[in-house]
Design a protein around this ligand. Structure first.
Ligand SMILES: NC(=O)c1ccc[n+]([C@@H]2O[C@H](COP(=O)([O-])OP(=O)(O)OC[C@H]3O[C@@H](n4cnc5c(N)ncnc54)[C@H](OP(=O)(O)O)[C@@H]3O)[C@@H](O)[C@H]2O)c1
Length: 326
Protein backbone atom coordinates (compact mmCIF):
# COMPACT_ATOMS: atom_id res chain seq x y z
CA UNK A 1 0.00 0.00 0.00
CA UNK A 2 1.05 3.55 -0.68
CA UNK A 3 0.54 6.24 1.95
CA UNK A 4 0.28 10.02 2.06
CA UNK A 5 -0.47 12.72 4.65
CA UNK A 6 -3.85 14.24 5.39
CA UNK A 7 -4.02 17.95 4.58
CA UNK A 8 -1.45 19.93 6.58
CA UNK A 9 -1.44 17.34 9.37
CA UNK A 10 1.05 14.55 9.97
CA UNK A 11 -1.70 11.91 9.81
CA UNK A 12 -0.67 8.95 7.65
CA UNK A 13 -3.48 7.80 5.35
CA UNK A 14 -3.55 5.19 2.61
CA UNK A 15 -3.44 6.60 -0.95
CA UNK A 16 -6.80 4.93 -1.51
CA UNK A 17 -9.60 4.78 1.04
CA UNK A 18 -12.78 2.78 1.43
CA UNK A 19 -16.28 4.25 1.32
CA UNK A 20 -18.80 2.62 3.65
CA UNK A 21 -22.08 3.90 2.15
CA UNK A 22 -22.38 0.36 0.76
CA UNK A 23 -23.19 -0.82 4.33
CA UNK A 24 -26.79 0.40 4.11
CA UNK A 25 -30.07 -0.17 2.27
CA UNK A 26 -28.94 2.21 -0.48
CA UNK A 27 -26.46 -0.37 -1.78
CA UNK A 28 -27.72 -3.50 -0.05
CA UNK A 29 -24.91 -4.64 2.27
CA UNK A 30 -27.04 -4.58 5.43
CA UNK A 31 -25.78 -7.82 6.95
CA UNK A 32 -23.05 -7.03 9.48
CA UNK A 33 -20.85 -10.05 8.73
CA UNK A 34 -20.67 -9.07 5.04
CA UNK A 35 -19.61 -5.56 5.92
CA UNK A 36 -17.03 -6.90 8.37
CA UNK A 37 -15.49 -9.12 5.67
CA UNK A 38 -15.05 -6.07 3.42
CA UNK A 39 -13.41 -4.03 6.20
CA UNK A 40 -11.19 -6.99 7.17
CA UNK A 41 -9.86 -7.34 3.62
CA UNK A 42 -9.25 -3.60 3.38
CA UNK A 43 -7.19 -3.66 6.59
CA UNK A 44 -5.20 -6.70 5.43
CA UNK A 45 -4.32 -4.82 2.25
CA UNK A 46 -3.12 -1.78 4.21
CA UNK A 47 -6.11 0.52 3.70
CA UNK A 48 -6.49 2.66 6.84
CA UNK A 49 -8.67 5.52 5.55
CA UNK A 50 -12.43 4.93 5.86
CA UNK A 51 -15.44 7.10 5.11
CA UNK A 52 -18.98 6.92 6.40
CA UNK A 53 -21.82 9.37 7.20
CA UNK A 54 -24.68 9.83 9.63
CA UNK A 55 -27.21 9.56 6.79
CA UNK A 56 -25.87 6.24 5.41
CA UNK A 57 -28.60 3.88 6.62
CA UNK A 58 -29.32 6.50 9.33
CA UNK A 59 -26.39 5.23 11.41
CA UNK A 60 -26.21 1.66 10.09
CA UNK A 61 -23.03 2.27 8.10
CA UNK A 62 -21.29 4.05 11.01
CA UNK A 63 -22.31 1.21 13.30
CA UNK A 64 -21.05 -1.56 10.99
CA UNK A 65 -17.78 0.20 10.22
CA UNK A 66 -17.00 1.06 13.85
CA UNK A 67 -17.95 -2.37 15.14
CA UNK A 68 -15.87 -4.11 12.46
CA UNK A 69 -12.80 -1.97 13.24
CA UNK A 70 -13.18 -2.74 16.95
CA UNK A 71 -13.77 -6.46 16.51
CA UNK A 72 -10.87 -6.74 14.08
CA UNK A 73 -8.63 -5.38 16.81
CA UNK A 74 -7.14 -2.39 15.01
CA UNK A 75 -5.13 0.07 17.07
CA UNK A 76 -7.15 3.27 17.30
CA UNK A 77 -4.37 5.51 16.03
CA UNK A 78 -3.66 3.33 12.99
CA UNK A 79 -6.96 4.06 11.24
CA UNK A 80 -8.45 7.35 10.16
CA UNK A 81 -12.25 7.50 9.93
CA UNK A 82 -14.20 10.35 8.40
CA UNK A 83 -17.90 10.72 9.00
CA UNK A 84 -20.24 13.43 7.81
CA UNK A 85 -22.97 15.54 9.38
CA UNK A 86 -25.83 16.43 7.00
CA UNK A 87 -26.46 20.06 6.03
CA UNK A 88 -29.83 19.86 7.76
CA UNK A 89 -28.13 19.46 11.16
CA UNK A 90 -25.74 22.40 10.76
CA UNK A 91 -26.91 24.58 13.64
CA UNK A 92 -25.60 24.88 17.22
CA UNK A 93 -28.57 22.93 18.62
CA UNK A 94 -28.31 19.85 16.42
CA UNK A 95 -24.51 19.74 16.00
CA UNK A 96 -23.46 18.66 19.54
CA UNK A 97 -26.39 16.26 19.87
CA UNK A 98 -25.84 14.56 16.50
CA UNK A 99 -22.06 14.35 16.87
CA UNK A 100 -22.23 12.89 20.39
CA UNK A 101 -24.55 10.24 18.97
CA UNK A 102 -22.27 9.60 16.01
CA UNK A 103 -19.33 9.06 18.39
CA UNK A 104 -21.44 6.55 20.32
CA UNK A 105 -22.66 4.73 17.19
CA UNK A 106 -19.12 4.44 15.81
CA UNK A 107 -17.79 3.38 19.19
CA UNK A 108 -14.25 4.56 18.45
CA UNK A 109 -13.99 7.15 21.23
CA UNK A 110 -13.76 10.17 18.92
CA UNK A 111 -14.10 11.12 15.24
CA UNK A 112 -10.89 11.59 13.25
CA UNK A 113 -12.42 13.74 10.52
CA UNK A 114 -15.87 15.35 10.66
CA UNK A 115 -17.11 16.81 7.38
CA UNK A 116 -20.21 18.87 6.73
CA UNK A 117 -21.89 16.58 4.18
CA UNK A 118 -23.49 19.36 2.13
CA UNK A 119 -24.27 23.05 2.69
CA UNK A 120 -27.40 23.83 4.71
CA UNK A 121 -29.56 24.65 1.69
CA UNK A 122 -33.17 25.57 2.54
CA UNK A 123 -32.42 26.14 6.24
CA UNK A 124 -30.63 29.49 6.24
CA UNK A 125 -28.19 28.48 9.00
CA UNK A 126 -25.42 31.12 8.95
CA UNK A 127 -21.97 29.84 7.94
CA UNK A 128 -20.19 31.61 10.80
CA UNK A 129 -22.52 30.04 13.37
CA UNK A 130 -22.14 26.42 12.32
CA UNK A 131 -18.42 26.83 11.64
CA UNK A 132 -17.86 27.92 15.24
CA UNK A 133 -20.13 25.16 16.58
CA UNK A 134 -18.09 22.58 14.66
CA UNK A 135 -14.82 24.05 15.89
CA UNK A 136 -16.06 23.71 19.47
CA UNK A 137 -16.20 19.93 18.91
CA UNK A 138 -12.48 20.02 18.14
CA UNK A 139 -11.85 22.09 21.25
CA UNK A 140 -13.64 19.57 23.47
CA UNK A 141 -11.92 16.57 21.88
CA UNK A 142 -14.87 14.84 20.18
CA UNK A 143 -13.43 15.53 16.73
CA UNK A 144 -9.81 15.84 15.61
CA UNK A 145 -10.09 17.53 12.20
CA UNK A 146 -12.78 19.33 10.18
CA UNK A 147 -13.75 19.01 6.54
CA UNK A 148 -16.33 20.01 3.94
CA UNK A 149 -18.13 18.02 1.29
CA UNK A 150 -19.96 19.39 -1.75
CA UNK A 151 -19.35 23.05 -0.79
CA UNK A 152 -18.52 25.59 -3.53
CA UNK A 153 -15.19 27.37 -2.96
CA UNK A 154 -16.88 30.66 -2.10
CA UNK A 155 -18.58 28.96 0.83
CA UNK A 156 -15.38 27.13 1.76
CA UNK A 157 -13.70 30.52 2.09
CA UNK A 158 -16.51 31.86 4.29
CA UNK A 159 -16.32 28.75 6.45
CA UNK A 160 -12.54 28.83 6.87
CA UNK A 161 -12.50 32.52 7.74
CA UNK A 162 -15.08 31.87 10.49
CA UNK A 163 -12.80 29.44 12.31
CA UNK A 164 -10.60 30.75 15.12
CA UNK A 165 -7.79 28.20 15.07
CA UNK A 166 -8.79 24.97 13.32
CA UNK A 167 -8.70 24.74 9.52
CA UNK A 168 -10.27 22.56 6.85
CA UNK A 169 -7.97 19.56 6.30
CA UNK A 170 -10.19 17.39 4.13
CA UNK A 171 -12.66 17.84 1.30
CA UNK A 172 -15.02 15.32 -0.27
CA UNK A 173 -16.39 15.80 -3.79
CA UNK A 174 -17.74 13.81 -6.73
CA UNK A 175 -14.77 13.08 -8.98
CA UNK A 176 -14.36 10.38 -11.59
CA UNK A 177 -13.30 10.10 -15.23
CA UNK A 178 -16.71 11.03 -16.60
CA UNK A 179 -17.59 13.63 -13.96
CA UNK A 180 -14.63 15.96 -13.75
CA UNK A 181 -16.15 19.26 -12.66
CA UNK A 182 -14.08 19.22 -9.43
CA UNK A 183 -11.00 19.93 -11.55
CA UNK A 184 -12.22 23.44 -12.37
CA UNK A 185 -12.12 25.09 -8.94
CA UNK A 186 -12.07 22.55 -6.11
CA UNK A 187 -8.90 20.60 -6.84
CA UNK A 188 -6.74 23.65 -7.67
CA UNK A 189 -7.98 25.27 -4.45
CA UNK A 190 -7.18 22.11 -2.47
CA UNK A 191 -3.69 21.84 -4.00
CA UNK A 192 -2.94 25.47 -3.22
CA UNK A 193 -4.18 25.15 0.37
CA UNK A 194 -2.90 21.62 1.11
CA UNK A 195 -6.31 20.05 1.63
CA UNK A 196 -6.83 16.33 0.95
CA UNK A 197 -9.69 15.64 -1.48
CA UNK A 198 -11.62 12.42 -0.92
CA UNK A 199 -13.00 11.61 -4.39
CA UNK A 200 -16.50 10.16 -4.09
CA UNK A 201 -18.07 7.89 -6.72
CA UNK A 202 -14.53 7.51 -8.13
CA UNK A 203 -15.61 4.64 -10.40
CA UNK A 204 -18.90 6.36 -11.30
CA UNK A 205 -20.95 3.97 -9.14
CA UNK A 206 -19.61 0.98 -11.06
CA UNK A 207 -20.09 2.47 -14.56
CA UNK A 208 -16.31 2.58 -15.16
CA UNK A 209 -15.58 -0.99 -14.09
CA UNK A 210 -16.43 -2.66 -17.41
CA UNK A 211 -18.97 -5.05 -15.96
CA UNK A 212 -21.94 -3.03 -17.21
CA UNK A 213 -22.11 -2.78 -21.00
CA UNK A 214 -24.57 -1.00 -23.33
CA UNK A 215 -26.08 -4.41 -24.10
CA UNK A 216 -26.22 -5.37 -20.42
CA UNK A 217 -27.53 -2.38 -18.49
CA UNK A 218 -29.61 -3.76 -15.62
CA UNK A 219 -32.68 -2.02 -14.22
CA UNK A 220 -31.02 -1.10 -10.93
CA UNK A 221 -33.07 -1.64 -7.79
CA UNK A 222 -30.58 0.29 -5.63
CA UNK A 223 -29.46 3.91 -5.35
CA UNK A 224 -28.52 3.82 -9.04
CA UNK A 225 -32.15 3.62 -10.25
CA UNK A 226 -32.56 6.63 -12.54
CA UNK A 227 -28.90 7.71 -12.21
CA UNK A 228 -28.11 9.82 -15.30
CA UNK A 229 -24.71 8.12 -15.75
CA UNK A 230 -26.50 4.87 -16.59
CA UNK A 231 -29.01 6.44 -19.01
CA UNK A 232 -28.27 4.79 -22.38
CA UNK A 233 -27.44 8.12 -24.07
CA UNK A 234 -24.84 8.97 -21.40
CA UNK A 235 -23.66 5.42 -20.93
CA UNK A 236 -22.73 5.14 -24.59
CA UNK A 237 -20.10 7.85 -23.95
CA UNK A 238 -18.99 6.21 -20.69
CA UNK A 239 -18.54 2.94 -22.55
CA UNK A 240 -16.06 4.46 -24.99
CA UNK A 241 -13.90 5.49 -22.03
CA UNK A 242 -14.22 2.01 -20.47
CA UNK A 243 -13.00 0.40 -23.68
CA UNK A 244 -9.90 2.59 -23.64
CA UNK A 245 -9.31 1.79 -19.95
CA UNK A 246 -9.48 -1.89 -20.86
CA UNK A 247 -6.95 -1.69 -23.66
CA UNK A 248 -4.52 0.53 -21.70
CA UNK A 249 -4.95 -1.65 -18.60
CA UNK A 250 -3.81 -4.72 -20.53
CA UNK A 251 -0.34 -3.17 -20.87
CA UNK A 252 -0.05 -2.90 -17.07
CA UNK A 253 -1.93 -6.08 -16.14
CA UNK A 254 -4.69 -3.92 -14.59
CA UNK A 255 -8.47 -3.89 -15.05
CA UNK A 256 -10.60 -0.81 -15.91
CA UNK A 257 -11.48 -0.16 -12.24
CA UNK A 258 -7.80 0.01 -11.34
CA UNK A 259 -6.86 2.21 -14.29
CA UNK A 260 -9.78 4.59 -13.57
CA UNK A 261 -8.66 4.96 -9.93
CA UNK A 262 -4.98 5.27 -10.84
CA UNK A 263 -5.78 8.04 -13.29
CA UNK A 264 -7.29 10.08 -10.43
CA UNK A 265 -4.27 9.73 -8.15
CA UNK A 266 -1.85 10.33 -10.99
CA UNK A 267 -3.70 13.55 -11.82
CA UNK A 268 -3.37 15.23 -8.43
CA UNK A 269 -1.26 14.59 -5.32
CA UNK A 270 -4.11 15.67 -3.04
CA UNK A 271 -6.77 13.35 -4.46
CA UNK A 272 -7.52 10.18 -2.50
CA UNK A 273 -10.33 8.10 -4.03
CA UNK A 274 -12.73 6.45 -1.59
CA UNK A 275 -14.46 3.76 -3.69
CA UNK A 276 -17.16 1.62 -2.12
CA UNK A 277 -17.05 -2.18 -2.10
CA UNK A 278 -19.72 -4.82 -1.58
CA UNK A 279 -17.30 -7.74 -1.36
CA UNK A 280 -13.67 -8.45 -0.35
CA UNK A 281 -12.82 -9.10 -4.04
CA UNK A 282 -13.84 -5.57 -4.97
CA UNK A 283 -11.49 -4.19 -2.30
CA UNK A 284 -8.65 -6.24 -3.77
CA UNK A 285 -9.08 -4.33 -7.02
CA UNK A 286 -8.80 -1.03 -5.13
CA UNK A 287 -5.52 -2.02 -3.48
CA UNK A 288 -4.12 -2.92 -6.92
CA UNK A 289 -4.95 0.58 -8.16
CA UNK A 290 -2.05 2.15 -6.24
CA UNK A 291 1.70 1.54 -5.98
CA UNK A 292 2.26 2.24 -9.68
CA UNK A 293 1.61 5.14 -12.09
CA UNK A 294 0.27 5.44 -15.59
CA UNK A 295 2.85 6.58 -18.13
CA UNK A 296 2.34 10.16 -19.30
CA UNK A 297 1.15 9.15 -22.79
CA UNK A 298 -1.45 6.76 -21.37
CA UNK A 299 -2.57 9.35 -18.82
CA UNK A 300 -3.05 11.83 -21.68
CA UNK A 301 -4.94 9.40 -23.92
CA UNK A 302 -7.42 8.76 -21.11
CA UNK A 303 -7.61 12.49 -20.35
CA UNK A 304 -8.56 13.28 -23.95
CA UNK A 305 -11.07 10.47 -24.31
CA UNK A 306 -12.81 11.28 -21.06
CA UNK A 307 -13.16 14.98 -21.92
CA UNK A 308 -15.61 14.09 -24.67
CA UNK A 309 -17.72 11.95 -22.33
CA UNK A 310 -19.86 14.75 -20.91
CA UNK A 311 -22.72 13.50 -18.75
CA UNK A 312 -26.03 15.32 -19.23
CA UNK A 313 -27.96 15.49 -15.97
CA UNK A 314 -31.18 16.77 -17.60
CA UNK A 315 -31.41 13.55 -19.58
CA UNK A 316 -34.68 12.38 -17.95
CA UNK A 317 -36.39 15.76 -18.41
CA UNK A 318 -39.19 16.19 -19.32
CA UNK A 319 -41.18 13.09 -18.44
CA UNK A 320 -41.82 10.96 -21.49
CA UNK A 321 -45.62 10.81 -21.18
CA UNK A 322 -46.23 14.58 -21.58
CA UNK A 323 -48.11 15.46 -24.79
CA UNK A 324 -45.99 17.53 -27.15
CA UNK A 325 -47.18 21.15 -27.55
CA UNK A 326 -45.84 21.31 -31.13
N1 LIG B 1 -19.97 13.18 0.11
C1 LIG B 1 -20.92 12.73 -0.67
O1 LIG B 1 -21.89 13.44 -1.00
C2 LIG B 1 -20.84 11.32 -1.18
C3 LIG B 1 -21.71 10.89 -2.20
C4 LIG B 1 -21.58 9.57 -2.66
C5 LIG B 1 -20.62 8.72 -2.11
N2 LIG B 1 -19.79 9.16 -1.11
C6 LIG B 1 -18.76 8.27 -0.52
O2 LIG B 1 -17.98 7.74 -1.58
C7 LIG B 1 -17.98 6.33 -1.53
C8 LIG B 1 -17.88 5.75 -2.94
O3 LIG B 1 -18.84 6.31 -3.82
P1 LIG B 1 -20.09 5.48 -4.43
O4 LIG B 1 -20.47 4.43 -3.50
O5 LIG B 1 -21.10 6.50 -4.81
O6 LIG B 1 -19.56 4.90 -5.80
P2 LIG B 1 -18.28 4.14 -6.39
O7 LIG B 1 -17.27 3.89 -5.37
O8 LIG B 1 -17.92 4.88 -7.61
O9 LIG B 1 -18.94 2.74 -6.86
C9 LIG B 1 -19.17 1.72 -5.94
C10 LIG B 1 -19.87 0.53 -6.60
O10 LIG B 1 -19.14 0.04 -7.73
C11 LIG B 1 -19.22 -1.39 -7.78
N3 LIG B 1 -17.84 -1.89 -7.65
C12 LIG B 1 -16.96 -1.60 -6.65
N4 LIG B 1 -15.79 -2.19 -6.85
C13 LIG B 1 -15.90 -2.89 -7.99
C14 LIG B 1 -14.99 -3.71 -8.69
N5 LIG B 1 -13.75 -3.91 -8.25
N6 LIG B 1 -15.42 -4.27 -9.85
C15 LIG B 1 -16.67 -4.06 -10.29
N7 LIG B 1 -17.58 -3.30 -9.65
C16 LIG B 1 -17.19 -2.70 -8.51
C17 LIG B 1 -20.07 -1.84 -6.59
O11 LIG B 1 -21.45 -1.97 -6.96
P3 LIG B 1 -22.01 -3.24 -7.80
O12 LIG B 1 -21.10 -4.39 -7.48
O13 LIG B 1 -23.41 -3.42 -7.33
O14 LIG B 1 -21.94 -2.79 -9.23
C18 LIG B 1 -19.96 -0.66 -5.64
O15 LIG B 1 -21.06 -0.54 -4.78
C19 LIG B 1 -19.24 5.95 -0.77
O16 LIG B 1 -19.16 4.68 -0.15
C20 LIG B 1 -19.31 7.07 0.24
O17 LIG B 1 -18.46 6.79 1.35
C21 LIG B 1 -19.89 10.45 -0.66
Amino acid sequence: MEYTRLGKTGERISRIGLGAWQFSEAWGVTEYEKAKAVVARALELGINFFDTAMVYGNGLSEYALGRALRELGVKRDEVFVTTKIPGDFLNPFDIPRAVERSVRVLGLGYIDGLLAHWPPAWHNFPTRVYARALERLVNVGLVRYLGLSNFPVELVEGFRSSLAKADVEVFQYRYNLVERWAEEEIIPYAEKNSITVQAWSPIAKGALTGKYTPGNLPKFADVRAGDPVFHPENFEKVWRVVQLLKSIGEKYGKNPTQVALNWLITTSPVVVPIPGAKSPEQVEDFAGAVGWRLKAEDWRAIDEASRSAVILYSIHYPRADLPSSQ
